[in-house]
Ligand binder design. Structure first.
Ligand SMILES: Cc1ncc(COP(=O)(O)O)c(C=O)c1O
Length: 689
């Protein structure tokens, strides 16, 4: 017996009384119930409301409509579901919320069918990865799984939101329940579209749509809504700014903060002691070295990784938000990528002549990246940016460069920073910086150095979003002065969109540099661009022994194929958004919003820290890192997300914040924040000038 249980209450904090609010002449709950009645797969409908007096009207509504109604505790919605299941003796439960007046019976049936036809399935939903709009949410689970959750789920969040336990519970590191996601394989859904009702703006939107579609047929489906929005896309402006899961994140605030773990770091410290005698700075990469992690608290050496998790040399496990500084885009040890590498390994790694993989990967990049007509490969991002700079200098016959962002370790760029030791003064003078979103700062460089600037190289976005058509303006200004535009997509590539930031923002540069994520952790970078400009590589010297190394190219081919086959980008945006919104809700709820916020586009966000005047922000960052690490999250001030990061991982990170942020707050308020730091302070990468 399959029962749809519709949870409903009058006491919404953001929009009280919403479930009985009028939409097109009927209460919202009427629409939900009538729509569910049209489902082919549902045998019984139950409305589950609270025992509060203010929910009496919901019971009366049910009596009038002839619908079963159960009443239970307000916050313990899981208990309400359990009571409803016992009452109607359901084998399978379909969870629907009464704030979804557009719920589509076809979609409900599709999720129920997927549940029923998947043997051993405990939980099926279309919300594990959103391919349907928010508001068409369907969750289907067995009453047996529900009974387990009823017994085991402890936290207020798990009780209030019913299914987090089913979605995220693990045993020995593996999911406890067999869960599946049901994807929308039909029409593409605009990201902005919200069909749920959390706030007044959502209700306004619902009324507008019902006004247009509901008079002919109050049971119109997703298809009709999408058709309408094609004609009137401006309707979505009414409510697109509202956060998706605010209620869930707020519930974290009422949870007991997770305790800090006591980590053994014995092996890490022993290795570090050895390295100190052998390896200056103990690391090959500045941002992975001991100066960037609180020594004495954070691990120094990692041993292995799997999906979004890493284990240090002492066996401590972490959810990794650093992900090797962003190359891990699918997850550690991705079976497809590693399988492709193992296959290639049987045939060889580096050869005496070029390998066909160079052509295969180049073809894929040309197909995927808007500005790419030809490709040259390198190993690190710095190879790509420095190769691009040599190319534009040769192509234009000019020597100076304007840059904005970080572009790697080579002289031409690092000479602009405070770590410019060893870079000749004459080289430093050739690169000038300009300020993001300040077009005048770029114009004034062209004014100061007329006819001398070969190219503008920039990260299309780092944290701040482009304002006032900034990227297009940069391109126009550069071209107007005879200079080329290079996008440094080492971070944005294979992250914001399949074709990188140039595709996402719709501004196509002359050349672009990729690296980091393109081979899921294997060392590969690329310069791509128009044939006309790329032909200059025939003339200049851009050549190194390992340029065509085959394992990384095999890894890139498999990584790109995964990007093409699966919605990698969609997942990066979704998990990144959960982290960003979750962090910001927690920071606000814990009274830290004036000091900390999570900024940037969801696939890569950073925690922006503005400490009170007398406190060094780096000290607060260190305290936050310390508290995150002690709660099982490897953290360095930003969120790099990967395709295999699960909802359980995201919740683990948010729970760590929920416990760590109050410590930062105490540190700020104590007047003596130093005393909260249990290890060594962090060092700035570049000094403030
Ligand atoms: C935007 C950007 N460009 C270039 C580079 C340099 O790449 P690599 O460190 O692989 O040389 C980086 C590295 O972090 C980067 O973030």
């Amino acid at each position: 017996m399959i029962a749809a249980i519709i949870q409903a209450r009058m006491g919404s904090s953001r929009l009280p009384g919403k479930v009985l609010a009028d939409i097109g002449g009927h209460p919202m709950l009427w629409h939900v119930v009538r729509r569910i009645l049209r489902c082919r797969t549902i045998d019984q409908i139950v409305v589950a409301t609270t025992t509060n007096e203010q929910d009496k009207p919901i019971e009366s509504f049910c009596e009038k409509e002839g619908i079963l109604c159960v009443r239970g505790p307000e916050q313990d919605v899981l208990e309400r579901y359990y009571q409803a299941v016992i009452l109607v003796k359901a084998d399978v439960v379909v969870r629907i919320t009464a704030d979804c007046p557009f719920i589509d019976p076809e979609v409900v049936d599709r999720v129920v069918d997927a549940f029923s036809s998947t043997s051993g399935c405990d939980y099926a939903s279309n919300t594990l990865h959103y391919t349907y709009p928010d508001g068409l949410d369907v969750e289907v689970f067995s009453s047996v799984a529900l009974a387990t959750a009823q017994k085991q789920a402890q936290s207020p969040l798990e009780r209030e939101h019913v299914t987090p336990y089913l979605r995220t519970a693990t045993k020995a590191g593996k999911p406890l329940f067999a869960i599946i996601n049901v994807e929308n394989k039909e029409a593409a859904v605009p990201v902005k579209l919200r069909l749920t009702v959390d706030e007044q703006a959502d209700l306004d939107f619902a009324r507008l749509v019902y006004e247009r579609l509901g008079t002919k047929n109050p049971f119109f489906g997703l298809r009709e809504v999408l058709f309408l929005l094609q004609q009137e896309p401006e309707l979505m402006e009414v409510n697109h700014n509202i956060m998706k899961n605010e209620g869930l994140y707020k519930s974290l605030l009422s949870e007991k903060p997770v305790e800090a773990r006591k980590l053994s770091l014995h092996n890490s410290l022993a290795l570090k002691a050895k390295a100190e005698k052998l390896i200056p700075s103990c690391s090959q990469t500045f941002s992975k070295g001991p100066s960037q992690f609180v020594q004495g608290v954070a691990p120094v050496y990692l041993e292995r990784g799997e999906k979004a998790h890493v284990w240090d040399v002492d066996g401590n496990e972490y959810v990794d938000t650093v992900l090797a500084l962003a190359p891990i885009i699918l997850g550690y040890c991705d079976p497809c990528v590693d399988g492709a590498v193992q296959e290639q390994l049987k045939n060889g790694v580096s050869f005496s002549l070029p390998h066909r993989l160079e052509i295969e990967v180049a073809e894929k990049l040309v197909a995927m990246i808007p500005c790419a007509e030809m490709v040259r490969f390198g190993k690190n991002g710095s190879d790509a940016t420095s190769g691009a700079i040599r190319a534009v200098r040769a192509y234009t016959g000019r020597e100076m460069v304007a840059c904005c962002g970080y572009h790697g370790w080579q002289d031409w760029y690092i000479g602009t920073t405070t770590r410019n030791g060893g870079v000749p003064v004459s080289t430093r003078a050739m690169t000038k910086t300009f300020v993001y979103n300040d077009i005048d700062s770029l114009k004034s460089l062209f004014f100061q150095y007329p006819g001398q600037i070969a190219a503008v190289i920039m990260e299309p976005i780092s944290v701040e979003k482009p304002r006032d058509n900034f990227l297009a303006e940069v391109k126009e200004v550069a071209h107007a002065h005879g200079a080329l535009l290079i996008f440094d997509e080492v971070v944005t590539g294979f992250r914001l969109a399949k074709g990188g930031a140039q595709e996402y923002f719709g501004v196509i540069p002359d050349l672009a540099c990729f690296g980091k994520a393109m081979a899921n952790g294997f060392p590969l970078s690329a310069i791509v661009g128009s044939k006309e400009i790329m032909r200059i590589f025939d003339e200049i010297f851009f050549s190194f022994t390992f340029g065509g190394e085959a394992l990384s190219l095999a890894a890139a081919r498999a990584t790109i194929e995964t990007f093409l086959e699966k919605d990698v980008i969609g997942v990066l945006w979704e998990q990144g958004e959960r982290l960003q919104e979750g962090f910001n809700v927690l920071a606000k709820g814990l009274g830290l919003a004036q000091y900390m916020s999570c900024k940037g586009l969801p696939p890569r966000t950073i925690i922006d820290i503005t400490a009170p005047d007398e406190i060094d922000p780096l000290l607060l960052k260190a305290i936050l890192q310390q508290e995150m690490v002690r709660r099982g999250v490897l953290w360095a001030g930003y969120h790099n997300v990967c395709f295999s990061m699960t909802e359980a991982d995201v919740m683990c990170i948010l729970r760590a914040y929920r416990a760590a942020l109050p410590v930062v707050k105490q540190a700020i308020e104590s007047g003596n924040p130093e005393k909260y730091l249990l290890g060594a302070r962090l060092q700035p990468v570049f000094r403030k000038v």
